[in-house]
Write a protein that binds this ligand. Structure first.
Ligand SMILES: NC(=O)c1ccc[n+]([C@@H]2O[C@H](COP(=O)([O-])OP(=O)(O)OC[C@H]3O[C@@H](n4cnc5c(N)ncnc54)[C@H](OP(=O)(O)O)[C@@H]3O)[C@@H](O)[C@H]2O)c1
Length: 533
């Protein structure tokens, strides 16, 4: 499935695109990493500053700083772009530059190029301080004013809160106090809030009150990085750009839907974040319910933010919990086991985890959607750590053919048709269907038809954070959930969390397995099984 019409890529410098003077085709030619037909070309932001709070943290080092570099490498950073780091270290600009350099070298998607690095280096600044320190934020305001003078960034600032969630309100209040949240005429101020947005409905509401007291709703960008993934956006292309699937995308043909995000890693060094949060709050409330919304929503009238969010909200509002949460939810906690040939400890033995912790590292729920399209079709969501392998997928499993004009023996191992969107890794789509086995008998067996991004497109997919950071700088919100979606998702999860809080210790499962037995029992009750991944 390679594209024979794909043009050869031309090599030139990135300078023309960065200078902001290039036409679309010139800009395309200016960057060896870019396909000249790339429709994202006109989407280059105007001059601005990205202020990263929590810049010494895990997310900044592994994802955000490399994504900024990758945008630069693709010619998508605006002229004069400046990067300000904020954290509580007694650092100079060059220390932050070194950290950024190391992070880029270790984690950037695109090759290291000296001229791109120099361009980023010119705009790098560091402001040391505690979030509670008024003086540090006053220093930040002064540094930003100076950057506007020297780099022509015009008072346009994006504040990215890559900080522990308990500090979200503190930083927002500081931005309000210093006036940094108020955009002077002709400029913009935006705030980016990492997940989790609250830990239940009430706290999400309270955080929103604080955030909207400082920034207008249109300037608040709540991150769910799954929405920045190409494969997740492709769910919309698959459904709404084709006529092939939509006619059967409903209760008349679909038996059930399975949405899985499995991780093979444990909690790593993130005990402080994870304990007390758990798998459902960490993954189901945001990523998996967003995937459910994209799979189940009606077609939006356009892909502008209000049209898209309206359809997602409608479907989230229609989600119903099972009446018996004991039978149709499951939660587990990983015990010691083997993974990738290594012996690994159980959750309760992880550093920083109290030995009595009841936090779940595996969660599965059955949900239904009360509308005409989906009535009676279960959506099974599961996520967990230390599972058999790392995989995220959405599987739409179809009903069996109403009649099979074959002998029973010939269709003994025929399964159900399925369409599987592989979100990560091996990004692509698989369709599973029955096919005749070559031979004299009419034996029918499952086969699959595969679309793989790597084979069909020359350009590798950008990282989710590249797309999302660019959208923040441009001010383009469709891929950021609205507060109403966040609250609707908590409304779905809160009763489950309340029920689990009465249930004591989660069921242990062996590291490297596929989760607790109760999760399999939940499916078996409906006569179904989890897909083997
Ligand atoms: N890591 C991930 O994979 C991931 C994935 C999705 C979402 N997130 C979210 O992203 C955010 C950041 O996560 P993370 O894993 O990067 O956290 P992290 O590694 O704990 O980093 C936290 C950052 O905040 C700074 N910080 C903490 N307390 C501070 C204070 N009182 N004053 C000033 N700076 C302070 C730290 O600076 P010091 O160096 O001074 O300690 C550090 O730079 C969180 O909201 C998290 O939920 C993370």
């Amino acid at each position: 499935m390679t594209d024979p019409a794909a043009p050869a890529e031309e090599a030139m410098t990135v300078a023309a695109a960065v200078a902001g003077t290039a036409t679309t085709m010139e800009a395309a030619a200016a960057n060896p990493l870019r396909d000249p037909r790339d429709k994202r070309l006109p989407r280059v932001a105007g001059p601005c500053v990205m202020v990263l709070f929590g810049v010494t943290g895990d997310l900044a080092k592994r994802k955000l700083l490399p994504a900024i570099y990758d945008l630069g490498n693709r010619g998508l950073l605006p002229p004069g772009f400046s990067l300000v780091g904020f954290a509580r270290r007694d650092w100079q600009d060059q220390d932050f530059a070194q950290l950024t350099h190391d992070a880029v070298k270790a984690h950037a998607r695109t090759p290291f190029r000296e001229e791109v690095w120099k361009q980023i280096l010119e705009g790098i600044h560091f402001v040391p301080g505690e979030f509670s320190d008024d003086g540090a934020f006053d220093a930040l305001a002064m540094a930003l004013a100076e950057i506007d003078e020297t780099r022509g960034t015009g008072g346009n600032y994006a504040f990215y809160l890559s900080v522990p969630p308990k500090f979200f309100p503190v930083v927002v209040e500081q931005l309000k106090r210093t006036g940094l949240a108020d955009a002077p005429p002709g400029s913009w101020r935006r705030v980016v809030i990492e997940k989790p947005f609250g830990h239940d409905l009430q706290s999400a509401h309270a955080l929103n009150e604080i955030t909207t007291s400082a920034f207008p709703e249109s300037s608040i960008f709540r991150i769910d990085h799954y929405l920045g993934k190409e494969t997740v956006q492709n769910i919309m292309a698959l459904r709404f750009a084709n006529n092939l699937y939509e006619p059967i995308w409903n209760r008349g043909y679909v038996d059930h839907v399975q949405i899985t995000m499995a991780e093979d890693i444990g909690i790593g060094g993130r005990a402080g974040y994870y304990d007390g949060i758990g798998a459902a709050r960490d993954v189901i409330q945001n990523h998996l319910l967003q995937l459910l919304a994209l799979v189940a929503m009606e077609d939006p009238t356009s892909f502008d933010a209000s049209a898209l969010r309206r359809e997602k909200e409608k479907v989230l509002k229609a989600v119903r919990l099972p009446s018996n949460l004991a039978l149709y939810t499951a939660r587990g906690q990983y015990a010691a086991g083997w993974q990738g040939g290594e012996k690994v400890v159980g959750y309760l033995q992880e550093e920083g985890i109290p030995p009595t912790s009841t936090t779940e590292t595996y969660a599965a729920v059955k949900l239904e959607i009360a509308n005409r399209r989906w009535a009676g079709v279960p959506f099974y969501l599961r996520t967990g750590k230390r599972l058999g392998r790392r995989v995220t997928e959405v599987a739409v499993v179809f009903q069996r053919a109403p009649h099979l004009p074959f002998s029973k023996d010939d269709t003994e191992i025929l399964g159900q048709n399925a369409l599987v969107v592989r979100v990560q890794p091996d990004e692509g789509i698989t369709v599973r269907f029955g096919s005749k086995v070559p031979g004299t008998a009419m034996e029918v067996r499952d086969v699959s038809m595969d679309f793989a991004y790597g084979e069909s497109f020359l350009e590798s997919s950008p990282e989710a954070y590249e797309r999302l950071l660019l959208d923040v700088m441009i001010g383009d919100p469709p891929l950021f959930p609205h507060q109403r979606e966040v609250e609707l998702s908590w409304k779905i999860l809160d009763p489950i969390e309340e029920f689990w809080a009465t249930q004591g210790q989660p069921e242990p499962y062996e590291a490297g397995s596929w989760g607790p037995e109760s999760a399999d029992a939940m499916m078996a009750r409906d006569g179904r099984v989890w897909r083997r991944l």
